[in-house]
Write a protein that binds this ligand. Structure first.
Ligand SMILES: C[S@@+](CC[C@H](N)C(=O)[O-])C[C@H]1O[C@@H](n2cnc3c(N)ncnc32)[C@H](O)[C@@H]1O
Length: 281
């Protein structure tokens, strides 16, 4: 496999510091997995040959494995295979193949279902990542992606991005414990307060005026440790882009994709899920 873009290698090395210093198992609940994958369902994975592009510590593979796929393959540029293998050991003898390499250059064959969650927006060339998604989806097969949206993230772009650009250059443990940890406190309190207030029907409408309201309600169901993980995940990476809906629509307007099959769905008011079916060529 050829050498990755130096910027992508540096991103993957940074993420490996995050993934290799977590407790064992998936960082996501099953409900979060379902939410990320919707409109795919566990049945979409059952009996299928499935590929994840950018698997991190295997937190999503962990849930896909429970959906009884026929074969499960993943690729990540970071040094996380050992951590992911430990997380997936309960699925022995399910055929799981983990590769280390650049997903934009990978040639792993064709799959019934290809997904790429939280990765394209960290690539030096997001479009090249999407090309890989298409290249690895067999004719008639499905693909599904999730990216940070430009829309709904003004506060993050304004306040968090300048911090990320500096924090990502620090040793990972300083970033995790001296930057992400204290910043997690207002993040946690804000989201928990919105989650709690959102249960009070009379003021629910007013909350819509607050930034990141849908996202805050979603994450408010999780415990403190997940907030710290998300804050560090946001700050550890040297490269992040925020993608506009119209750009994704342009990607999907491609003869290799069945045009009636495509979808772009806003998730939590600040990110996009999109996908479709490959054409029969
Ligand atoms: C935010 S994590 C998402 C991991 C996983 N999909 C999840 O949702 O838990 C982004 C992952 O993309 C990987 N990555 C970044 N650039 C890559 C590249 N060019 N090729 C393969 N993996 C890459 C990183 O190493 C990191 O594990």
């Amino acid at each position: 496999m050829s050498v990755a873009e130096p910027a992508d290698q540096s991103t993957a090395d940074s993420f490996a510091n995050s993934w290799n210093n977590l407790s064992q198992g998936s960082v996501y609940t099953f409900a979060q997995f379902l939410d990320w994958m919707d409109p795919l369902t566990p049945e979409s994975f059952a009996g299928s040959e499935v590929l994840e592009l950018g698997f991190g510590n295997g937190s999503l593979l962990f849930h896909v494995g429970g959906c009884r796929p026929k074969r499960l393959v993943g690729i990540d540029l970071g040094d996380t295979i050992d951590t992911a293998r430990k997380n997936l050991s309960k699925f022995d003898p399910l055929p799981i193949e983990l590769h280390r390499g650049d997903l934009t250059q990978a040639q792993l064959g064709e799959f019934d279902l290809v997904y790429c969650i939280g990765v394209l927006h960290h690539l030096s060339e997001p479009r090249a990542g999407f090309e890989s998604v298409l290249r690895h989806t067999r004719p008639g097969g499905r693909f599904h992606c999730w990216v940070y949206g430009w829309e709904g993230n003004a506060l993050i772009r304004l306040l968090v991005e300048p911090i990320r650009r500096r924090a990502c250059k620090l040793p990972w443990w300083i970033n995790k414990y001296l930057v992400a940890l204290p910043l997690s406190i207002p993040f946690f309190l804000y989201c928990k307060a919105i989650g709690w207030l959102n249960r009070l029907a009379p003021i629910r409408g007013l909350l819509k005026l607050l930034p990141l309201r849908d996202y805050a309600v979603w994450i408010s169901k999780r415990e403190w440790g997940f907030f710290h993980h998300v804050a560090f995940d946001q700050l550890v990476t040297p490269q992040t882009v925020y993608l506009r809906r119209e750009e994704l629509a342009d990607w999907l307007n491609d003869p290799r994709i069945q045009q009636g099959s495509t979808y772009i769905q806003m998730r939590n008011g600040n990110s996009w899920k999109f996908g479709g079916l490959r054409s029969y060529e």
